[in-house]
Design a protein around this ligand. Structure first.
Ligand code: PLP
Length: 379
């Protein structure tokens, strides 16, 4: 049977080779320091876990409204209205299986075959495959290390064609840790207005901003032509629970609800009930810990005289390895073979010549891993 053209057009993952070697080494009993984690290493806060247990005991185990239980959608609308000072209502909210499904729902709501979606590089790994699955085209806008990977709005404007429908914006950014400034966000919104485009603002790392305040594109645009995507995954260490949401103009929220209703129905009922509790849990301690680790990692990388971007948000550092090896996959393979440290090759994110180090792991492992990186580059 022929595999669908849309599916076949998705390129193979750039991390396969490195992951396979890391697993092989681990199987052999090698002490691999894995600095690739895409999730917080904290347990989910216990009040959230207790709420899930309570939901199970109460028999809260049946289908729910496919867009999410009304109490949760109301809570999200209230939270977003208050935090971003943009009035919104529960019928603009669709609760999904993670931020990932929320992004796909938003794209699928507005994209038709052969439309174009603007993606700012370096970018999270799943944007382009989602666009390709919809039979559309991803148009990449480059950014520069020297400019902290902040996009130049003129470059965005130049990449617009009559087929362009959407710009995806991700701040705080995975993999760069960049946090966009107000002026850049405002200019992106102005471009979207000028060309009648939708913005999908992926803000799943929103609570993890270390030096400045997070500025949401949703508040810049007052919710106009903007789909806000957020999740409990990174903010409340709930990656496995699979819960995220979008807040969108009403007609897009309706379309997203229709798509989700036919694909997955509601997300797990227990997770939804537990997420209600998440609004009462203060997770500042996670952010404080991540900030400490960010500082530790940056001072160690500086001592090694490595070229890297000091992240202002999220929990990743992008390191420039071009002076050692042009091919970042080869750099990661050699580092893993030689010193048993796993990093993610930048080409997975369209950041050729860079590697991504995650500090979502203990200080001890970070120290051990970076010491080994030091040995590797001094060879
Ligand atoms: N957006 C970005 C930038 C991410 O890094 C991730 C996960 O790593 C997601 C979205 C998806 O998050 P979730 O696990 O909530 O689906």
């Amino acid at each position: 049977m022929q595999i669908s053209m849309n599916v076949s057009s998705i390129p193979a993952s750039k991390t396969l080779e490195v992951n396979a070697l890391a697993q092989e080494l681990k199987k052999k009993g090698v002490d691999v320091v894995n600095l690739t984690a895409g999730e917080p290493d904290f347990p989910t806060p216990s009040p959230i876990v207790d709420a899930a247990i309570e939901a199970l005991k109460m028999g809260f185990t049946k289908y729910t409204d496919s867009s999410g239980i009304p109490e949760l959608r109301e809570m999200i609308a209230k939270h977003v209205s208050k935090k971003f000072k943009v009035p919104c209502t529960a019928n603009q909210v669709v609760v999904s299986n993670g931020g990932k499904q929320a992004i796909f729902n938003a794209l699928a709501s507005v994209i038709s075959q052969n439309d174009e979606v603007i993606i700012i590089d370096p970018c999270w790994v799943s944007y382009e495959p989602m666009v390709l699955l919809l039979g559309a085209k991803a148009v990449h806008v480059k950014t520069q290390f020297e400019k902290e990977f902040i996009p130049n709005p003129e470059e965005i404007e130049k990449s617009i064609s009559p087929a362009t429908k959407v710009i995806i914006v991700n701040s705080p950014n995975n993999p760069t840790g960049t946090v966009y400034d107000e002026k850049t966000l405002y200019e992106i919104y102005e471009i979207a207005k000028k060309y009648d485009l939708l913005i999908i603002s992926d803000e799943v790392y929103e609570p993890l901003v270390y030096d400045t305040d997070h500025i949401s594109l949703f508040s810049i645009s007052k919710g106009d032509r903007t789909v806000l995507v957020n999740a409990f995954s990174k903010s409340h260490s709930m990656t496995g629970w699979r819960i995220g949401y979008l807040v969108a103009p009403i007609e897009i929220a309706r379309a997203a609800a229709k798509i989700q209703g036919h694909l997955t129905s509601n997300i797990n009922s227990i997770t939804q009930y537990a997420a209600l509790k998440a609004f009462e849990v203060d997770t500042t301690y996670m952010k404080d810990r991540f900030r400490k680790r960010r500082d530790l990692v940056c001072s160690m990388l500086s001592e090694l005289k490595l070229n890297y971007l000091r992240p202002k948000g999220a929990f990743y550092v992008l390191i420039d390895v071009r002076e050692f090896e042009q091919d970042d996959v080869q750099f990661c393979m050699k580092l893993l073979n030689d010193q048993h440290v796993a990093l993610v090759p930048g080409s997975a994110f369209n950041a050729q010549g860079f590697v991504r180090l995650s500090f979502a792991t203990s200080e001890d492992l970070l120290k051990k891993g970076i010491d080994r990186i030091g040995k590797f580059i001094r060879r």
